[in-house]
Design a protein around this ligand. Structure first.
Ligand code: M6R
Length: 645
């Protein structure tokens, strides 16, 4: 989705703005632009296409301004074009704005402004914002007793001095303009009236301010600024800030000034770089032994109760609830499907998993006896945040699982726990998924302990096999080592990818928890290789989809639960009989089979096996995408952080 950068300091702003935009490229975009101010004149360089194209635009090299704003646009209203690219200006060229989000009532506002003499030059929803600011600024300024003395200067766009007075008025105009906006926004505003100053505002779209002595930065996400600072202010909804090189003042909608706490973000700048890997996705796949280890952290020790000091959920509360919802989108939702299995098995509480965009509009049955868990790597996914607000309005308790400290979802939720995967840059989520699943496993054990099941025999599969929490703790602690073992030799996956990359369709099959991994493998493949694929519960195949199985089609089956192995093998035979080429990802010793490929992974408890079985599927999608010569990290049409619904 769109990205925002801003800089105010003493250095040449254009370099910093471009570097910031490059760091945001992973979010997905189709046009880019920057604006700086020098000699009381705003200079805008923008066009459709890549950020680097800006470097070749006439006048770029001459830009000398020491502050400015920048944007990458992911088209929503209006096709990718120079006119529709940000920054946008008002008709008098006084206010320049970049915007993330969607203004839902822009048609209404456009008509209102048109009736008041404004003209529009783009098809965007954003263009109403600078014009609304201008509309309110004029009104506010007119009410000022010495308006007439200033009016000429204002309309001539010169610096009229008395900057503080203008800062107050521009801020008031920004607040009034945002009061009229319906939808979501993170905006930056600059104007010749307030040199060396950026005004920012946010509602339902992320915005952070990175701070250093004598220079300040703005961005739509933290990794974009990690090379400059680790100290951040995280703007909340309906907050405004006036930023100069050496000051940041925060205001609410009533224009009351207040202070905010700085958050120190421990992420390492190098974690947002490729470090010798061809692509971020590959790097992130290989980081999984560490990201899983970090997420386990000090929460889980073999002979101790799990440590969730940061989570104030009590055993009384857990005993009082009768249902858990897990709500998320995409890969995070797939992690939630494993979470459901873990929580139901270990805690015996019914769990429903919902897609956030459906949950928010389907009037789910929720009350104060429901715990709603929201999973989001970015913590900024619009549908997930809206689904969380809905549950709160119905008196349910909400728990966020996120990878980004201070992200919007964590600020809305009653409780938050973090995965510690480090920044995930590639659009295709990999290490976030395995961290989410391992955190679900530890959370389920913790809840189970709170419910008093510490020493109970837990039946985990249909053959009646029982385990104790101790057994699963042991398996979790061994996961980082086992992930490393899988990553040591990827040759078989490469070989299968070399054969499969010309396919038009593929199938992923599994039973039980393996079916949830099939869904994730299929999503990965679609996202980055553009090959159509279907994921099915193996037993469901003959109820329809088997009609699609024909000679040569590639079918990947996941088989990690010994109690379901025989059934799954029969289902694989059904597709082989119809001409499918098969790869089976398994931790079982499958002898005398007619499968084309068997990819062996280390054995572990079936409840947490997705953390291992997903890795070959991530690699498969990656190698197929590489074979097809595609941009693995920035697949077409996709954005890393989906901040619009
Ligand atoms: O940031 P989130 O976890 O809320 O993102 C949810 C989905 O948009 C995300 O998982 C998406 O499906 C990924 N591109 C999958 O690889």
């Amino acid at each position: 989705m769109c990205g925002i950068i801003g800089y105010v300091g003493n250095k040449k702003a254009s370099n910093i703005l471009i570097n910031g935009l490059l760091a945001l490229e992973y979010r997905g975009y189709d046009s880019a632009g920057i604006a700086t101010l020098e000699n009381n004149e705003i200079k805008i360089m923008k066009d459709k296409g890549r950020v680097r194209n800006i470097l070749d635009l006439d006048g770029y090299k001459e830009l000398q301004g020491t502050y400015g704003i920048a944007h990458t646009r992911w088209a929503t209203h209006g096709k990718p074009s120079k006119e529709n690219s940000h920054p946008h200006m008002d008709n008098s060229n006084t206010f320049t704005v970049v915007h993330n989000g969607i203004i839902e009532n822009y048609n209404e506002l456009r008509s209102f402004l048109t009736d008041n003499g404004y003209t529009f030059y783009s098809q965007t929803d954003t263009e109403v914002i600078p014009n609304l600011i201008h509309y309110y600024f004029k009104k506010i300024d007119q009410e000022d007793t010495d308006y007439n003395n200033k009016t000429n200067s204002f309309e001539n766009k010169t610096n009229v001095g008395n900057e503080n007075n203008y800062k107050d008025k521009v801020l008031e105009a920004v607040v009034k303009a945002t009061n009229d906006l319906k939808g979501s926004y993170a905006i930056e505003v600059i104007s010749p009236l307030i040199p060396d100053t950026i005004i920012v505002a946010r509602k339902d779209s992320p915005l952070v301010i990175g701070t250093k002595s004598d220079e300040n930065y703005v961005a739509s996400d933290i990794p974009a600024l990690l090379t400059y600072t680790k100290d951040f202010y995280l703007l909340d909804d309906n907050e405004f800030a006036i930023i100069t090189n050496d000051s940041i003042s925060f205001y609410n909608k009533d224009l009351e000034k207040y202070t905010k706490e700085i958050k120190n973000i421990e992420w390492d700048a190098s974690s947002a770089e490729k470090n010798g890997y061809d692509d971020f996705m590959l790097k992130e796949i290989f980081e999984q032994p560490n990201s899983v280890r970090e997420t386990i952290g000090s929460r889980l020790k073999l002979n101790e109760a799990c440590n969730f000091d940061d989570l104030e959920i009590t055993s009384e509360y857990l005993k009082s609830i009768n249902k858990i919802f897990i709500v998320a989108c995409g890969t995070a939702m797939h992690a939630g499907l494993v979470g459901k299995v873990l929580l139901e098995k270990l805690c015996k509480i019914p769990v429903e998993v919902d897609i956030a965009s459906e949950f928010r509009y389907r009037d789910p049955i929720i009350d104060d006896k429901t715990l709603c868990i929201y999973v989001s790597q970015s913590g900024e996914t619009a549908d997930t945040i809206a689904a969380l607000k809905l549950a709160k309005s119905k008196c349910a308790k909400t728990l966020a699982i996120s990878n980004v400290i201070g992200s919007s979802i964590t600020r809305e939720a009653d409780y938050t726990i973090y995965t510690h995967a480090g920044p995930e840059i590639a659009v295709a989520s990999t290490k976030a998924y395995t961290s989410q699943v391992v955190l679900f496993a530890i959370l389920a054990i913790h809840f189970s302990e709170l419910l008093g099941y510490d020493n109970t025999d837990i039946t985990i599969n249909p053959d009646g096999k029982t385990i104790k929490l101790y057994d699963i703790k042991k398996d979790i602690l061994e996961l980082p080592k086992k992930i490393s073992m899988i990553l040591e030799d990827t040759s078989l996956i490469k070989k299968f990818a070399d054969e499969a990359y010309t396919q038009k369709d593929m199938f992923f099959l599994g039973r039980g928890v393996d079916q949830t991994v099939a869904l994730e493998g299929s999503l990965k493949l679609k996202e980055i290789s553009y090959i159509h694929s279907e994921a099915y519960a193996s037993g469901e195949l003959k109820h329809g989809p088997i009609a699609l199985i024909e000679n040569g089609i590639h079918v990947i089956s996941i088989l990690t639960d010994p109690s379901l192995a025989k059934k799954s093998i029969s289902n694989i035979q059904e597709v082989i009989t119809r001409g499918a080429k098969t790869m089976v990802i398994t931790n079982q010793d499958l002898e005398n089979t007619n499968f084309d490929y068997i990819y062996k992974i280390p054995e572990t408890n079936p409840l947490i096996s997705p953390i291992l079985s997903v890795i070959p599927l991530q690699l498969l999608a990656y190698y197929i995408s590489k074979n097809k010569g595609l941009d693995v990290d920035k697949p077409r049409n996709l954005a890393k952080s989906v901040t619009v619904e």
